[in-house]
Structures are given as C-alpha cells and as structure tokens.
Write a protein that binds this ligand. Structure first.
Ligand code: PLP
Length: 457
C-alpha cells in the first residue's frame, strides 16, 4: 500500500519541498535549483501567487509561452471540458475530430496563401523535428543550415539544429547540420542603433552565406531553418534585406525555407507571425507552439506549402508520436487563437511597443550594467555588462558572482520569469496593460540598481 500522505487533501510546503528534493528531477538546470524556486499556487491576470503569500508579475510569460495570462478564457475551459467529456483521445492516424479540421482551416487562413497544410505535434522541438524530416524527404537532400545564435529544441535533430552552445551538453548524434554566423551589427559592421550601413552589412552577411552554401554544395542542402526573430539567443532582429535575401538564395539554389516561429508566432512581436516583419517573405514551412495554446496544453504546429502538403498526401512524412493532434489540446488551441483575434491581442503587443522601447531605453540610459536593449512588440531583451564594458557573463563558463543576488533582487521586487544573464528578457503575457507594463519595468529598474552595486559600478 502507498503511504497515508497520498490520501491527504493538501500538502504543506515542507512536505512538497521534501518530496521534490527526494524525487523530482530538473533537466536544463541541476535538479537542486528546484529547492529554491517558489511553490506556485495560483495565477491571476499576469500575476502568479506563491504558497508563502508572495505575488509576482510574470515578466517573461514563463518560457515566453503563457501569452494569454492566467485568466483562462471561459470559451477555452468550455471547449476543453467538452472534448474531455465527449472524447478525450483519438490517435491521429486512426480518426478525425472536428477541432483538428477546424484549427487547420483557421490557421491556413491566418498564414500567407501557399501555407495550407498543417500537422500538429505536441512541442516546439517536435515541430522542428517534423519540419526537418519533411524537408529531407521532399528534397531528397540531407543538410540543414541554421544559425549559431539559435534555439530550435532539445530533442535529437532540433538540438543538433540549435546553434546556442549553452545547450550542447552531449554529442547530439545527428549529422548534416551546418551553422551560419548571424547577421549582427558587431559581425557585419553597422551601428547597434541600426543605420544606413545596415543594408550594406546585410549584403556582406548574405555574400558570406552564399559562399557557405556554395562551399557546402547546394545539392546537399535540404533547408535553411531560421528563427524569424532570434528569441532565447537575445531578441536579435535581422535586417530586412538579409531575411529577404535568404529567401532569394533558397529560391536560387532549390533550398526550402523553414521559419521557426515557436517563440514569436501568435503575436508576440506585434504581428501574427515574426516573418511578417520582412515584407514579402513567405516561408515554405512554418513551425510554432507556445502561443498556440498559451501553454495551457501541449500542442505545436507545422504549416507547409500546398506543394508539400500535396506531396505528403500520398507518402508518409515518417515522423510521429502518440500524443500528436491531441483532441483536447486542439480544442484548447482553436479557442485560444480565436480569443487572440477577438481581443486584438496582436494589436495590443504592437500598441505597447513604444512603451517597451521607452522603458528599455530608460534602463539602458540609467544603469551602467545595461549595455544595450532590443525590442519588437512585447518582446524585449537587455544585454547586461560588467565594469570592463564586456558582457556581464561570458556566454560560456561559470555564472558571474553577481547573478545570484540579482536573481534574488528580482524576486524581492516581485519579478518572476527566466533570468539568463547576460540576457534579461522582457516578454510579459500579451494581455498586459500599459500601467502594469510600466510597473513591471519599474520593478526591474530597482533590481538593476542592486546589480549595478553588486558589479561595483
Ligand atoms: N524553437 C524556438 C525558437 C524556441 O524558442 C523553443 C523553445 O523555447 C523551441 C523551438 C522548442 O520548443 P519546445 O520547448 O516547446 O520544445
């Protein structure tokens, strides 16, 4: 028999902590990090309540995913409850359910014209796995070209596609992934503020990319896989000329263009899709997740062009999982996307961009520990630096001694979310209003004063 504790209604914090330390493992962090994280009991709007009474603003929508905040729309609860009650599961290859057909049709309307075919894995990583498989099967080619500053997921091929070496813990065991240098101001010589030299720099970066494609052999490259706006690598917005140029290179050399919209899709940057910031750019494949269900349930999507969809009507993609196209998650996603549209939350992200910019600029101007800030919609990032004018923490190596007190200062100010120095992201739920956004920045402002002091400024 199991112990009596399992028949108790409620566990106190001590019991939760003890069971967590003894039995619960983490993955991207050492498991002992969980010993100190807040025990969360309730969400409300853009705020989270902890068991010990503390209240936090969710400053990064957790992993930039809880885009609709914590007041789950009644239509979502109703649809999820109905699906659970009527038919909780259908294996994706064995049957069709109404929400699957309706969600696919809705997304096809929200995507540019040729993107009409949809599959529904359960996570962003799986969406990229599937997209890579689609590209390789369709083209008969093997190599996937990605960027160093990128994150595409934690599973086999999606991790091998990831350029961020902070994620490389073990040999990925996947071959055929090649990485390009991102078109950042530092690498291709234009001002960090963006100026006339930017277009020149974009052309230099494109020339380097074309040389790389030619040296690798275009006949070996199945796809280019790019985050439309680099997310966890630091909100890097590539010059428009570069992104359109990449599309042109793909057309020139018969390479598919995959847009990873896992983080930026569904309105994060003030447009429904991140690639819409680059006029005329239409990918062959789009992957997304997170905002699709506001992280209420696990679901992701791969949208593919009509040509690809037609190709796979008579051939298997050769990828799958038991939980893909889960009916309950599909029902949830359908109502989440409609909620996003009905309340014009994409417009809210666009309207709040000037506030994000003003507050970000203020932090850059008033804290020596902040080197630069970048903003698109409700998607922002600060680069933190030490007294030597270098990034506060090198991208590899042990954390700077100031990281711990800074993390504590943020929690003390009631700011909750991902803190990954030298980057500090600002990406609250899309339902945030202006006064709450300004309040969030004021809290970060006070925590940064602690960081300035810790760093010896
Ligand atoms: N791609 C991007 C751009 C992401 O930001 C993430 C997650 O943060 C992923 C892929 C992986 O998604 P998931 O964590 O849902 O597997």
């Amino acid at each position: 028999a199991v112990s009596a504790a399992h028949w108790e209604d409620k566990w106190d914090a001590a019991k939760i902590r003890a069971a967590s330390a003894a039995h619960v493992g983490a993955t991207w962090t050492p498991s002992n990090v969980l010993d100190d994280v807040p025990i969360l009991v309730k969400g409300e709007g853009v705020f989270l309540h902890a068991a010990d009474g503390r209240k936090f603003i969710d400053w990064t929508s957790q992993a930039v995913c809880t885009n609709l905040g914590y007041d789950v729309p009644p239509a979502v609860i109703e649809a999820v409850t109905r699906q659970l009650t009527e038919l909780p599961h259908v294996y994706s290859g064995l049957g069709m359910v109404e929400p699957r057909a309706r969600l696919a049709a809705l997304l096809a309307e929200l995507l540019p014209a040729p993107l009409t075919g949809l599959i529904f894995p359960s996570s962003g990583s799986e969406a990229n796995e599937a997209a890579i498989r689609i590209a390789r099967r369709f083209t008969g080619k093997h190599k996937i070209l990605t960027q160093y500053r990128s994150y595409h997921g934690g599973s086999g091929a999606s991790l091998a596609a990831t350029g961020d070496f902070r994620r490389w813990y073990a040999e990925a065991g996947n071959s055929g992934f090649i990485k390009a240098i991102n078109p950042t101001p530092l690498m291709f010589s234009w001002s960090e503020a963006g100026d006339a030299a930017e277009t020149d720099g974009a052309h230099r970066a494109l020339a380097a990319l074309e040389e790389q494609i030619l040296l690798e052999g275009p006949q070996t490259i199945a796809a280019v896989l790019l985050e439309s706006i680099v997310g966890s690598g630091g909100t890097f917005i590539a010059p428009e000329a570069y992104m359109r140029g990449v599309r042109a290179l793909c057309d020139k050399y018969g390479i598919l263009y995959i847009a990873d919209e896992v983080m930026v899709g569904f309105g994060r940057t003030g447009k429904m899709w991140g690639f819409q910031h680059y006029e005329g750019l239409v990918p062959d494949i789009v992957t997304s997740a997170k905002g699709l269900t506001a992280a209420y349930l696990p679901l992701s999507m791969v949208a593919m062009s009509a040509e690809l969809h037609e190709f796979f009507r008579t051939r298997p993609v050769g990828w799958g999982s038991t939980y893909q196209a889960h009916p309950v998650a599909l029902a949830c996603a359908y109502e989440c996307v409609k909620h996003l549209l009905k309340h014009d939350l994409v417009g809210n992200a666009a309207r709040l961009e000037p506030v994000m910019r003003e507050c970000t600029d203020h932090l850059v101007a008033s804290h020596p520990s902040v080197r630069q800030g970048r903003v698109k919609g409700l998607f922002g990032c600060l680069d933190l630096q030490g007294v030597d004018g270098k990034y506060m923490q090198p991208l590899s190596g042990p954390p700077h001694a100031a990281v711990k007190p800074f993390r504590r200062a943020l929690l003390d100010e009631g700011v909750y979310g991902l803190v990954r120095p030298p980057l500090l992201h600002s990406a609250p739920p899309l339902v945030i209003d202006e006064p709450t956004l300004r309040d969030g920045f004021a809290r970060v402002d006070r925590a940064l004063s602690v960081l300035d002091k810790e760093l010896g400024f």
